[in-house]
Ligand binder design. Structure first.
Ligand code: ATP
Ligand code: MG
Length: 193
């Protein structure tokens, strides 16, 4: 039985010597906004430490985003961004094509996971590909179980299979309480893309 987690003041935390360090598997999922934003926030922190981050985005990437512009310019030394889902539709009308796109993205995910150049890898929206069964969760879990020990991996998307929650070190659900979209306000640069 997992204990319920609540925010704690630092003084309430267990003594530091009880803790160890390891490369983490972090899962940001749910129907609320902030999953990709949180992952990119970690990439920014990592850049501050001189690390390299590889971001693999499982989406149809026709539009320009702030993160792709930053990765091509300001943060070029630190963030490599691969927008992979050229065939993705999410409506599953082109299932075969979507599977091929997801496979291609998954190949890239495995490649960057093993590449020692990257300390942090982000598999952005991979959970959608699992939800629609373009990828098999067993393959993803297996790959995570044999990841290089020091490497951090962040997975995002709306739905998280139990097997993935089990293998993750951190699971955060973003839950929507209010979103400007419902008041007729469209996505905006800097905040949404
Ligand atoms: P972000 O990239 O802004 O952190 P996200 O990764 O949590 O969002 P996605 O499912 O990837 O969420 O959706 C990306 C886009 O959809 C963003 O423009 C975001 O504002 C919007 N979005 C996210 N959650 C909701 C929601 N509950 N209702 C409406 N739009 C949403
Ligand atoms: Mg996202």
């Amino acid at each position: 039985m997992m204990k319920k987690k609540t925010d704690r003041a630092p003084r309430e935390a267990p003594p530091r010597k009880k803790f160890k360090k390891k490369g983490l598997i972090l899962l940001y999922y749910g129907n609320g906004k902030g999953k990709t934003t949180a992952a990119l926030g970690a990439a920014l922190r990592a850049a501050g430490w001189g690390w390299k981050t590889a971001v693999v985005q499982f989406i149809k990437g026709a539009w320009k985003t702030g993160e792709s512009a930053a990765a091509a310019g300001l943060l070029k030394q630190h963030i490599t961004l691969a927008v992979m889902g050229d065939g993705f539709t999410w409506d599953t009308r082109h299932y075969e094509e979507d599977c091929r796109s997801a496979e291609k993205a998954w190949k890239k995910c495995r490649e960057v996971l093993r590449d020692p150049a990257y300390q942090l890898v982000i598999w952005d929206e991979i959970l959608y590909a699992l939800k629609y069964r373009f990828l098999d969760v067993k393959d993803v879990v297996r790959e995570l179980q044999k990841k290089p020990a020091g490497k951090h991996v962040i997975l995002t998307g709306n739905y998280a299979p139990e097997a993935l929650k089990a293998v993750a070190d951190l699971v955060t659900e973003m839950r929507c309480r209010k979103h400007p979209f419902d008041s007729g306000i469209l996505a905006q640069p800097g905040i949404d893309f």
